[in-house]
Design a protein around this ligand. Structure first.
Ligand SMILES: NC(=O)c1ccc[n+]([C@@H]2O[C@H](COP(=O)([O-])OP(=O)(O)OC[C@H]3O[C@@H](n4cnc5c(N)ncnc54)[C@H](O)[C@@H]3O)[C@@H](O)[C@H]2O)c1
Length: 360
């Protein structure tokens, strides 16, 4: 067993699975996850089979429970904080719960980190939603996508503009992580992540849209597109994100005093929803599509400008959507029986409302 210790909250989720699998080679990993996300139980089972890890079913809202984890297993060399209420739509339905999990939950883990593991590194998974709807950016409407001329993406000089309860709760968490680094002179970093996709992602209509479209296409579920479908996102494959976390651990001294970076596929990895659908059709998937109203705070174009993280940490994404999407299709095809079971037991075919309630 390694003498280096890592705590991964939300370690049985999509990003958590990949982090746990990767880092358990070099660290004693404690996975803290209340398994509220459909699919996390499956991910945990695989992790238990594939790696040597400890799982603690604790809720990040449980202040004393979090302290107890730090006292029992810490001090930790690295904390990767991924546990969250992840859906904008659900944050509108139940804003208090969203606040408690994302804002208070992050505070609980971060403050325990300050008191019990101040020599460690705290990595926080934030979101591009902290920049709001970006309505001031003038976009052109093309045949399959919105676009802005000479657009090099959103960088960290952009004003924060929390939009939706999810934007507010994740934004508060983001700012606490940066400020704890500054005020207590800790190593903390918050990564404002764009759309991340990859295997082990049980995407649903309101979160994990690339995976959800592939699941729907493979399993024959109907899909709804909210808005015109011309919304553009930069896509980041999970392996590139895990690589970034690894680099940030190696270069942790740069993170002393708290840093924030925008993270995404960047201008080279952009796709609109309509373009993804077309790409999936070319891969042989079939869709029944309907359209509905825009969702609150939905950005017409979000592309991360990765220059700062490239300059300071030397990271850049490598996996193109064409490659990542193929890998994910393969994984969904291999697991379609299991995924169908999930959708039959509590998910309706339309997707997110039922799934979403399960998430809470
Ligand atoms: N996937 C993306 O595209 C994306 C983009 C931007 C930011 N993020 C952020 O990255 C993090 C991980 O996202 P993900 O896609 O892996 O989501 P996920 O839902 O797959 O994983 C989150 C995990 O946290 C657990 N969890 C939820 N509430 C909890 C609680 N109260 N206590 C303990 N555990 C709890 C869930 O069971 C789940 O296993 C989240 O903070 C999310 O906001 C993700």
């Amino acid at each position: 067993m390694s003498s280096k210790k890592m705590l991964i909250t939300g370690g049985a989720g999509f990003i958590g699975y990949h982090c746990t699998k990767h880092f358990s080679k070099d660290y004693e990993v404690i996975v803290l996850d209340n398994l509220s996300r459909k699919g996390s139980g499956f991910n945990l089972k695989r992790l238990m089979e594939e790696c040597s890890i400890i799982h603690e079913k604790v809720d990040v809202r449980d202040t004393l429970g979090i302290d107890e984890i730090f006292k029992r297993y810490g001090p930790f060399d690295v904390v990767i904080h991924l546990a969250a209420q992840v859906a904008v739509t659900l944050s509108v339905v139940d804003p208090r719960r969203d606040f408690e999990v994302n804002a208070l939950g992050t505070f609980n883990v971060l403050d325990a980190f300050r008191r019990f593991s101040p020599g460690g590194l705290f990595i926080n998974a934030s979101t591009n939603k902290v920049y709001g709807a970006l309505e001031d950016i003038t976009v052109e409407e093309g045949k399959t996508r919105y676009w802005a001329d000479n657009f090099s993406g959103i960088d960290e000089t952009r004003n924060l503009d929390f939009h939706s309860p999810y934007g507010c709760s994740k934004g508060a968490a983001d700012q606490y992580v940066v400020d704890y680094g500054r005020i207590y002179d800790l190593q903390t970093v918050t990564f404002r992540q764009s759309c991340i996709y990859g295997t082990q992602q049980f995407g649903v209509e309101d979160q994990g849209w690339v995976a959800w479209f592939i699941i729907a296409g493979v399993c024959g579920f109907p899909v709804t597109i909210y808005g015109s479908g011309k919304q553009v996102r930069d896509l980041l494959y999970i392996d590139d994100l895990v690589k970034l976390y690894e680099i940030s651990i190696q270069k942790r001294d740069i993170l002393q005093g708290g840093r924030a970076y925008n993270i995404g596929g960047g201008t080279a990895c952009t796709m609109s929803i309509l373009e993804i659908v077309e790409m999936l059709r070319e891969e042989g998937l079939d869709f029944r599509i309907s359209f509905d109203n825009w969702r609150p705070g939905d950005q017409k174009v979000f592309v991360s400008n990765n220059n700062l993280v490239g300059k300071e940490l030397g990271w850049r994404p490598k996996i193109q959507p064409a490659e990542g999407v193929k890998r994910l299709i393969q994984w969904v095809k291999e697991h379609q029986d299991l995924i169908r079971t999930f959708f039959q037991s509590g998910f309706d075919n339309k997707g997110f409302q039922t799934v979403g309630r399960n998430l809470l």
